[in-house]
Design a protein around this ligand. Structure first.
Ligand code: ADP
Length: 271
């Protein structure tokens, strides 16, 4: 049995809609190709409180990236309704309330770290709003103080991802979507970035939705872990993680964390 302190399966009290960053009501997404129709998401319900940290965990093809893309207004549901920051996803996108970080940092090689972070403020004729923190402050926040003038080829993979996180935060988004951002990094670097990301989350108050294949990453980062099953992509379980914050890596050796990871693994094996 899983200790109650680490996780519980009952949903927390439902917050009022104004306090919710993302709401999905019976959201389904289908893709039609020459090979037929794939149901990438089937009747997904979700109510994500503002300021929270949700991790999405599940096998390849269970719809994790599709779910992020619905939030980001890159895909429209076939049925059901998605609400982001109290309005249609399109409104959140147009207001630049959403930041995105992918597995590939995709920095411009001819621009310094600082210039890469500032880039979103320049596109669209420089009309983009700046967030509460400057590009320089954000580089400091992600542990790259002193590296402002370095070019991407001078930075390690982990440092490039730090720049990508700072860039995603420069317009002060209320919602940060992260699609396996540390998936290509070695384990030690990933661990360090996990700890740092939690600090960024706590100091900015940004709501984060984070896709991962890693049980340990999902459990360490998330306040909630949404477990998805494939074909069709559907919710298997929403697990509340009651581990205290701030979290340090050593916490992964605690009985609570080990039991939580074992629980997530059991559910995943049934997916
Ligand atoms: P995950 O991120 O969990 O690996 P995805 O969201 O990428 O899963 O994909 C979910 C399902 O939808 C998969 O079966 C995938 O092949 C299919 N799919 C995703 N995007 C497209 C697309 N643009 N066209 C056709 N099928 C797609």
């Amino acid at each position: 049995m899983l200790p109650a302190a680490a996780a519980r399966q009952n949903p927390p009290p439902t917050p009022q809609s104004a306090e919710l960053a993302v709401v999905f009501e019976q959201v389904s997404v289908r893709f039609t190709t020459e090979r037929g129709t794939v149901t990438a998401l089937e009747r997904i319900d979700l109510a994500l409180p503002r300021g929270s940290f949700l991790t999405l965990l599940g096998p390849s093809g269970c719809g994790k990236s599709t779910l992020l893309r619905v939030i980001a207004d890159l895909i429209e549901p076939a049925s059901g309704r998605a609400t982001v920051l109290g309005d249609r996803p399109q409104v959140a996108r147009q207001n630049r309330d959403i930041g995105f970080v992918f597995q590939d940092a995709a920095l411009l090689p001819w621009r310094s770290a600082l210039q890469n972070v500032a880039l979103p403020l320049e596109v669209g004729g420089g009309k983009a709003k700046a967030g509460p923190r400057s590009a320089r402050d954000l580089l400091q926040l992600v542990g790259l103080g002193g590296w402002e003038n370095a070019y991407p080829h001078e930075l390690s993979g982990g440092m490039r991802q730090r720049v990508a996180i700072a860039r995603a935060l420069v317009s002060g988004p209320k919602l940060l979507l992260m699609d396996e951002p540390f998936g290509a990094l070695d384990e030690i670097t990933r661990d360090r970035l996990n700890e740092e990301l939690l600090q960024v989350w706590m100091s900015t108050g940004t709501t984060i939705v984070f896709v991962t294949h890693s049980i340990y990453e999902a459990a360490f980062l998330g306040q909630q872990v949404l477990l998805l099953a494939a074909r069709p992509g559907r919710v298997r379980e929403l697990v509340q993680v009651d581990l205290p914050v701030p979290r340090q890596l050593a916490m992964r050796e605690s009985a609570e964390f080990v039991a939580l990871a074992a629980h997530l693994r059991r559910v995943l094996e049934g997916c």
